[in-house]
Design a protein around this ligand. Structure first.
Ligand SMILES: Cc1cc2nc3c(=O)[nH]c(=O)nc-3n(C[C@H](O)[C@H](O)[C@H](O)COP(=O)(O)OP(=O)(O)OC[C@H]3O[C@@H](n4cnc5c(N)ncnc54)[C@H](O)[C@@H]3O)c2cc1C
Length: 275
């Protein structure tokens, strides 16, 4: 039997993280974790489970000094219903409706989506386009990592072995809009084939401060910096995008499909922002 410690406070969690029992794994909503356990994926590497689901300190959404602060255990259902999220980041609220179905939306957390670091994680392009900042904490203290520096490689993140993701901060940029499009095999209950999010400020037919995040087109969720520059300078966005992404063939789509559709979707989102 794998030992499970369910903590009720951050100091309790940090005490266990300080001891670093071998093979320690964090459990939040469990919607990714339990699927892997069920499939016996990496089961032999799990030595101890730290269950954080009841940590009240990691719940809640607030808006302070122009920043939307979302505690890591916030579920998709909470994101969908939160007046602050609907008002300041409607795209995050909308994408939450497209994640799984009710059971997953009630249990899956934004923090879990970030830490699981799947290239297909639906919230991640939005967090990248929003210039999100991630507050990490552990027995050694707290630090802030920008979302674009968090994803290091396929399912590899900047999170230390003794750290938790505490909060996701989204700065509100006055006058900017953030839009996204998820392309799946069907309308509901589908893992994305590609997903693109764009934030920009429009004026006089041009776009400024463009931020583009994309999923399912590289080993990590990516900031598409070349495409951002092209969008701001009136360059060839589709061609620039090709240097930002490295899609692969898999059971959901081919690389060619992903490349073409991501370009189409991005151009359409940019057009909508300019209008
Ligand atoms: C049927 C089904 C449908 C799904 N559909 C979608 C979908 O449409 N789109 C999508 O993006 N995802 C989907 N998912 C995946 C999943 O629901 C999400 O990624 C969810 O956000 C994970 O959150 P969780 O709280 O359940 O994470 P968990 O499973 O508890 O944890 C995931 C990983 O993150 C780590 N972790 C979690 N929270 C923290 C924290 N605060 N600090 C440090 N580490 C942490 C865990 O150790 C684990 O490695 C689906 C899953 C299922 C089973």
């Amino acid at each position: 039997m794998i030992p499970v410690t369910s903590v009720r406070s951050l100091p309790e969690a940090y005490a266990l993280l300080r001891d670093r029992p071998q093979g320690l794994r964090v459990l939040a909503g469990g919607t990714d974790f339990m699927v892997a356990v069920n499939a016996r994926l990496g089961l032999d590497r799990i030595g101890h489970v730290l269950d954080i689901w009841r940590l009240q300190e990691l719940r809640g959404i607030s808006f302070t000094a122009g920043v939307l602060q979302i505690a890591s255990l916030t579920t998709y259902s909470e994101l969908m219903r939160s007046p602050e999220v609907v008002r300041h980041f409607p795209a995050l609220s909308a994408v939450s409706r497209e994640v799984g179905a009710w059971a997953i939306q009630n249990r899956g957390t934004l923090g879990g989506n970030v830490c699981n670091a799947s290239p297909a994680g639906d919230s991640l392009p939005i967090l990248l386009a929003a210039d999100a900042r991630l507050l990490l904490g552990g027995p050694r203290g707290e630090r802030v990592v920008p979302a674009h520096e968090f994803f290091l490689g396929y399912r590899k993140t900047a999170l230390g072995a003794d750290e938790l993701l505490l909060r996701i901060d989204l700065p509100v940029v006055e006058g900017a809009r953030l839009v996204y499009r998820k392309v799946g095999t069907r309308k509901a209950q589908s893992i994305s084939r590609t997903i693109v999010a764009v934030r920009a400020t429009a004026g006089g037919g041009a776009l400024r401060e463009v931020r583009i995040g994309a999923g399912c087109v590289a080993p990590v969720p990516v900031r598409c910096r070349a495409a951002e520059r092209a969008a701001e300078q009136g360059g060839d966005v589709r061609r620039a995008l090709e240097s930002d992404i490295k899609p692969i063939d898999d059971l959901r789509a081919t690389a060619v499909y992903r490349s073409r559709v991501t370009g189409n979707v991005l151009l359409r989102l940019l057009e909508g922002l300019r209008a």
